[in-house]
Write a protein that binds this ligand. Structure first.
Ligand code: IVH
Length: 673
């Protein structure tokens, strides 16, 4: 059968593209396209080659796992190749996998070991008599790079294994990754120092591991989770994969705290759904679930297909990054006048959610990305955060693409824009003259954490400002049922309800009120601190910078913002008017039910609590006068540890900090009631 010329050309084009992207991804840690785009290209090539097997060549990207190693590091040959995994892109494909396994093994039910697929890079560790003697990257699966020095800088990788009966030879395999928090901090620091930000934690981990200077690696927040073994010498192995992982755990290696053993495909799907729901809350990125046949004998029976074991599969989550086209960039005005560029995108589904806008943060970010209307961009959406543009695909830039024009006037009120020295933001100088700023400050005032005015949503506020019915928060309380009923999507009944809600909101707390005023950088915590220290509105309004700075959590910038706010006559007038319209709170009432039962006690919360979120737990503690911080020090009194608490437990133990589990924490709260 002859193969159409068009097909041959496509195969060649796909191979060329994949070779290029392999090099960028594996050798330079700087991929240009998303994983999903890469997978699409690879799958297309695989399908074409499967239909026309005579076209397959030994150097086709389908025949290799990755690119060849950089020359700078020594080479390490993996005696047992480091394989990759077959993917299941949806539940049907996973069900198909389970069916094939059951048929091959001629059994009714299969037991699987399940664990997250860590989004990092595969590493092999070689221990001789319990001592770490060599570490290597996967490379192309057969030859990797010697990165022993760099791996030694990772604190969770033991230089010496624990236990007494240590094997002569043990090769461990696992994933090196960068936790989300560390990634964000690293990128912030890199950008500040004028460097190039990493697109995602995986690239950051890869870039960090391939540093020729291990002192640089040592400063990078890397971690490693182990998920398998390679060479074992004469070691006799247990019967189950899960036993091996438990054994690695006992040797002091870090293994997945999420690991589980599940029966049959339904439990696999349940496990997948549970982790998919918790994915954003995990401290590291995962891109799917790996299921492995748990019985090692069965694994052996199943064997391998080309480059992947038949006994394992990666059930992938929907990608968090996709490619799309940037149509245009608009500029939005925030509550404090900050001008934020917003990317208008050709709509694309990212992780199952349609995305057509993404934030570009500020002008520096546009310059950093060198993104232009018409460009193909990579959009990333993780959790509840606003979608972001992570990079520009320059190889797909259309001819004549023009740079984004920097605005010189406020796009809403046409006032001048200013840029404070050393800051990336530009601001509109219009203040409350600018209707965009008025809208945003009203939205802030009405928000749940502020005055909590039920039914006063964004659309309604837009109308109130556009029709000039409300100029400042004080005007809200002068609105009439008739005025409200005349607005779009409002009727008599909803107007009456809103007036009720406005009246109800008048009974508030001083802390909420201070926060609702929208003073720059005065968030809930600062508002609380102000009330705790100064007790009354008069005292807060009258405090000078010296007094303010003496309050915990208030620095010179915030102090200047507060005095600056109350120096403005129109702000003082609005406060006066609000009080006149009947706003009130109990004197000396920092928050609705503030007590001082835990005054002077410092808490840290870690892990997942089953009855509430960490934020809710924090709120409960704050209400009792406690201080809640994010890291453990000798000043910490208690660590509240939920499920999967991570390394904080160790630190707390080292420092002798009392550890409360969830039950003990609930008992403590009960006692205080
Ligand atoms: S098992 C022979 N388990 O995914 C099976 N791999 O796509 C070898 N990965 O190269 C892999 N988490 O870098 C396994 N819990 C996990 C994993 C995992 C992440 C990576 C690993 C591997 C790639 C395969």
């Amino acid at each position: 059968m002859t193969i159409p010329k068009k097909t041959i050309n496509r195969i060649h084009s796909l191979r060329k593209q994949l070779h290029y992207h392999n090099l960028r991804y594996y050798t330079h840690d700087d991929p240009e396209i998303t994983d999903s785009e890469y997978d699409r290209l690879l799958r297309e090539l695989q399908e074409l080659e499967a239909a026309h097997p005579q076209t397959i060549t030994a150097d086709s990207p389908t025949q290799r796992v990755g690119a060849s190693p950089l020359k700078a590091f020594g080479e390490v040959r993996h005696t047992i190749p480091m394989l990759s995994l077959a993917n299941a892109m949806n539940a049907e494909e996973l069900i198909g996998f389970d069916k094939r396994i059951r048929e091959k093994l001629a059994v009714e039910h299969v037991t699987y070991a399940a664990e997250p697929k860590m989004d990092g890079l595969a590493v092999s560790l070689l221990y001789e008599k319990g001592i770490l003697v060599r570490a290597a990257t996967r490379g192309d699966g057969v030859t990797g790079e010697d990165i022993t020095q760099n791996i030694r800088t990772i604190k969770t990788v033991p230089l010496q294994l624990a236990g007494s009966k240590l094997p002569d030879l043990l090769e461990i395999r696992g994933e090196v990754f960068m936790p989300k928090k560390g990634f964000e901090q690293l990128n912030k620091r890199t950008i500040k120092e004028g460097g190039k930000a990493f697109a995602n934690p995986r690239n950051a981990a890869a870039g960090s591991l391939r540093q020729l200077d291990s002192a640089v690696t040592a400063r990078r927040p890397l971690d490693m989770i182990c998920y398998g073994i390679g060479e074992t010498g004469k070691l006799s192995l247990p019967q189950h994969y899960s036993d091996i992982i438990d054994w690695l755990d006992s040797l002091g290696l870090h293994v997945s705290p999420e690991r589980a053993v599940v029966e049959g495909v339904q439990q696999c799907l349940d496990y997948y759904n549970d982790l998919a729901a918790r994915r954003d809350k995990l401290p590291y990125e995962i891109d799917g679930i790996v299921f492995k046949v748990n019985d090692l004998e069965q694994q052996q029976q199943l064997g391998f297909v080309s480059r992947a074991p038949r006994w394992a599969i990666a059930h992938k989550f929907p990608a968090q990054e996709e490619m799309t086209i940037l149509r245009d960039v608009d500029f939005q005005v925030g509550r404090t006048g900050a001008i934020t560029p917003v990317a208008r995108l050709e709509a694309v589904s990212v992780g199952g959610v349609m995305v057509s806008n993404a934030t570009l943060h500020n002008l520096d970010e546009i310059r950093r990305l060198d993104v232009r209307p018409g460009d193909t961009v990579i959009v990333r959406r993780a959790g509840d955060v606003i979608p972001q543009i992570v990079s520009t695909v320059f190889s797909r830039r259309p001819k004549g693409a023009r740079r984004v024009k920097t605005p010189t006037k406020c796009p809403v009120c046409h006032s001048e824009l200013i840029q404070a020295e050393g800051q990336a933001v530009i601001r509109c100088t219009g203040g409350l003259f600018c209707s965009a700023q008025r809208k945003e400050s009203l939205k802030h005032y009405a928000a749940r954490k502020a005055m909590d005015i039920e039914g006063l949503g964004d659309k309604l506020i837009d109308q109130l400002i556009d029709k000039d019915l409300v100029h400042s928060p004080a005007d809200l309380y002068k609105l009439t049922v008739e005025q409200l009923a005349s607005l779009e999507r409002m009727g008599e009944k909803s107007a009456v309800n809103l007036i009720d809600a406005l009246n109800k909101s008048k009974q508030t707390s001083l802390q909420r009120f201070i926060y609702a005023l929208g003073i720059r950088e005065v968030g809930e915590a600062t508002a609380r601190a102000l009330v705790q220290s100064l007790h009354t509105l008069e005292a807060i309004m009258g405090a000078d910078e010296e007094v303010l700075i003496s309050i915990p959590d208030v620095g010179p910038v915030v102090a200047a913002n507060i005095t600056g706010f109350f120096r403005q006559k129109h702000n003082r007038d609005i406060v006066k008017e609000l009080i006149k319209s009947g706003l009130s709170w109990k004197q000396d009432d920092a928050s609705e039910s503030q007590t001082d039962a835990l005054q002077g006690q410092t808490f840290v919360i870690t892990g997942t609590l089953s009855t509430m979120s960490r934020n809710e737990a924090k709120e409960l503690l704050l209400q009792q006068g406690a201080k809640v911080t994010s890291s453990i020090s000798s000043k910490t009194n208690y660590l509240i540890a939920g499920e999967n608490p991570g390394s904080k437990i160790d630190k707390a133990t080292d420092l002798g900090v009392s550890i409360l589990d969830e039950t003990a924490f609930m008992q403590l709260l009960d006692k205080l009631k």
